[in-house]
Design a protein around this ligand. Structure first.
Ligand code: FES
Length: 298
């Protein structure tokens, strides 16, 4: 990646595009650095953990059905996001595979909008929509420039995918990749060691309670309770029957919570609603959450 190549990429563009490239490139590198130096981002014991963030998005995101599949691979997703942010930022500043970087930036901004800032109202208070527009403007300006150059030279339209037959282009892309990984590793070495305290009473370690598991536990007021973990997260109900106070248990064959006293049945997948018997109301919900590597009440 020679200095003259980078200089050339900045020389033949309008001042407006220069400003947009600078802003997007610096912001994407900063976003990657922010994650790399955050001791909690890849640490399951932290509330900042990428897995905890993904779990939080499930309640309001329109792509929750997709995010649900990412939770079990959260650390890998975290690395991919962090290195992609560095790669896009460095590529934009260095002028390497610019169209592809702009497309990647637009796709990443759209993903953030649909997950993190979807519930921000009014929409203009969330920045992701503005970033989508900036990336699209950059992409269109590159396309327009390449169309103009090619109609002058009579060449075919420039492609979005870089020309991998061009050895120098491949070397430049590889250099961006190496620089991105190096930046992520360097950030990891300089990160601040801050472990936030748990906000709740620990029930069980996340690693000891797989998706699909159920267990009985004692709530903080001493009463019996039942904990569930599904792909969507964790939830719990009181095990005290709302009819006459018998202790209910979960049946893995009927997938219902059953009361041994008068045949009351509750459906845990429907908010513990009564599906049979005399109980007058659903079981009481108990607030539980994932805090880093622990499932806690509270
Ligand atoms: S106490 Fe549970 S059904 Fe009566």
């Amino acid at each position: 990646m020679t200095r003259s190549f980078i200089r050339r990429s900045w020389s033949s563009q309008t001042p407006a595009i220069t400003v947009i490239r600078l802003w997007l490139g610096i912001t994407w590198i900063y976003a990657g650095w922010n994650k790399a130096t955050d001791s909690g981002f890849l640490n399951q014991a932290s509330p900042h953990y990428i897995g905890a963030q993904l779990t939080g998005y499930l309640t309001h995101s329109p792509i929750a059905f997709l995010l649900r599949h990412f939770i079990e691979h959260a650390t890998l997703i975290g690395w991919v996001v962090m290195i992609s942010e560095f790669a896009i930022g460095i590529a934009v500043l260095a002028g390497v595979a610019l169209s592809l970087a702009a497309l990647g930036g637009a796709a990443m901004s759209a993903g953030l909008w649909l997950s993190t800032s979807w519930s921000v109202h009014p929409y203009f208070l969330g920045s992701d929509t503005a970033y989508i527009v900036l990336w699209v403007v950059l992409l269109l300006s590159l396309h327009q420039k390449s169309s103009r150059n090619n109609s002058r030279t009579g060449k075919a339209q420039a492609k979005l995918i870089p020309n991998l037959k061009d050895r120098r282009e491949v070397i430049r892309i590889a250099a961006v990749g190496v620089a991105s990984v190096a930046a992520a590793v360097l950030g990891g070495r300089t990160k601040k060691q801050i472990i936030a305290p748990l906000a709740g009473t620990p029930i069980v370690k996340l690693s000891a309670f797989a998706v699909g598991s159920t267990m009985n536990f004692q709530a903080t007021d001493g009463s019996p309770a039942i904990l569930f973990r599904t792909k969507a997260g964790v939830f719990a109900y009181s095990a005290v029957c709302t009819h006459q106070g018998c202790t209910v248990t979960y049946s893995s064959s009927s997938h219902l919570i059953e009361c041994p006293c008068h045949g009351g049945q509750f459906d845990p997948s429907q908010g513990a609603a009564v599906v049979a018997g005399p109980p007058p109301t659903p079981l009481a919900k108990i607030k539980v959450s994932i805090q880093g590597s622990q499932i806690v009440q509270g």
